[in-house]
Design a protein around this ligand. Structure first.
Ligand code: CO
Length: 171
């Protein structure tokens, strides 16, 4: 089921999400719905808070070929529950977007490399590390779990410009 996406600056995006304790049917339904919603909106990542559920759960599915349709099959979806950052290093910038801030793309500075421990939908623990786009996506989505949206990382001047333009488009 496609769920409604919470759009910036909705207060719900600022809430800190709680750890997932029950790896049950309702979590699985949430993750399945998040996938359908993300695909419907042409996203590559989505945190539960973006569909109004304050649980530490996020999904990422990076298209293997942007030119191809169906390049984000469900089985390629990384489902990340209760993530913790174990290692972080380097610095890079990358143009990011967010389904909660549709139409806005900005260069954001983040760590180049991250190592993350997380649980899957059955509660099994895993480790993942990356120094490419997945590292950026993990940091972007993990920020959502702590109530942060990527535009908050813009410089003061760029943030002011964004807020002014956003208010014009979304009065
Ligand atoms: Co986002």
């Amino acid at each position: 089921m496609i769920r409604e996406i919470v759009i910036y600056p909705d207060r719900r995006l600022k809430e800190i999400s709680k750890p997932v304790e029950h790896f049950d049917e309702s979590l699985h339904a949430l993750l399945d719905d998040m996938y359908e919603t993300m695909i419907a909106k042409n996203g590559v990542g989505l945190a539960a808070v973006q569909v109004g559920v304050h649980l530490r759960a996020l999904i990422i599915n990076i298209p293997f070929d942007k030119e191809l349709e169906d390049s984000q099959p469900k089985e390629n979806t990384l489902e990340v529950i209760n993530p913790t950052l174990l290692e972080i290093s380097g610095e890079t910038d990358f143009q990011e977007g967010c389904l909660s801030v549709p139409g806005v793309f900005e260069d954001i500075v983040r760590a180049q490399y991250v190592k993350v421990e997380y649980q899957d939908r059955f509660g099994e623990k895993h480790l993942i590390d990356d120094d490419d786009f997945l590292a950026i996506a993990l940091q972007h989505e993990m920020d959502h779990l702590d109530g942060k949206v990527f535009v908050e990382k813009l410089s003061y001047i760029k943030r002011k410009k964004f807020e002014k333009e956003w208010k014009k488009l979304h009065p």
